[in-house]
Design a binder for this molecule. Structure first.
Ligand SMILES: [Zn+2]
Length: 156
C-alpha cells in the first residue's frame, strides 16, 4: 500500500517534470515564432513603404490608390501634428540641416542657414501643410497631360 503511494507520487513527479519540460519548449517555440513574425511584419512594412514611394504616382489598381491616399492623409496629419508640437515647444526647423532652433532665430544655430518662418498650424487634418500653390500647379499639369483622369483628380 505504502509502496504503491510512493510509486504514484514518483510517477506523478515524472509526468509533472515532462509537462514542465514540454511547457518550456512550448514557451521557447512561441517566443521564436513571435520573433520571426515580428521580423516578417517589419519586412512587410519595408516592402510596403518602398512600394508606396516608388509607385505613388502610378498605383496599379484602385485598392492601391485608396491605400496610397490613406497614407498621404496620415503623412499630412503627422506633419501637421509635428508642426503643432514645434509651435508648443517654440521652435522652428532648419530647412537645410533639420535642426530645431528657437522660433525667434532668423538663422540656424547649427549650420547658419536662413530659417523660413513656418506658417501657423492648420486646424483641420484634411488640409495639407505643403504649399497650396505648388499643389495647384501639379494638378494643372496632370490635367493637361492626362485629360481622361481630370475628373478623378478633381474628386480627390
Ligand atoms: Zn541648419
Amino acid at each position: 500500500m505504502f509502496e504503491k503511494i510512493v510509486e504514484t507520487i514518483n510517477n506523478t513527479g515524472k509526468v509533472v517534470g515532462e509537462k514542465t519540460k514540454q511547457g518550456s519548449e512550448v514557451v521557447k517555440a512561441n517566443i521564436k515564432i513571435s520573433s520571426e513574425e515580428r521580423a516578417l511584419n517589419e519586412l512587410y512594412t519595408e516592402i510596403g513603404k518602398t512600394y508606396y514611394e516608388n509607385n505613388r504616382e502610378n498605383p496599379c489598381c484602385d485598392t492601391m490608390k485608396e491605400l496610397f491616399e490613406m497614407a498621404d492623409e496620415k503623412k499630412a496629419v503627422i506633419s501637421n501634428l509635428k508642426q503643432q508640437l514645434r509651435a508648443i515647444k517654440g521652435v522652428s526647423v532648419c530647412g537645410n540641416c533639420g535642426a530645431e532652433c528657437p522660433i525667434e532665430n532668423d538663422f540656424c544655430g547649427k549650420c547658419g542657414a536662413k530659417i523660413e518662418k513656418p506658417e501657423p498650424p492648420v486646424e483641420t487634418p484634411e488640409e495639407e501643410v505643403i504649399d497650396h500653390e505648388d499643389t495647384v500647379e501639379i494638378n494643372e499639369e496632370i490635367n493637361i497631360e492626362v485629360v481622361d483622369d481630370a475628373k478623378t483628380d478633381d474628386a480627390e
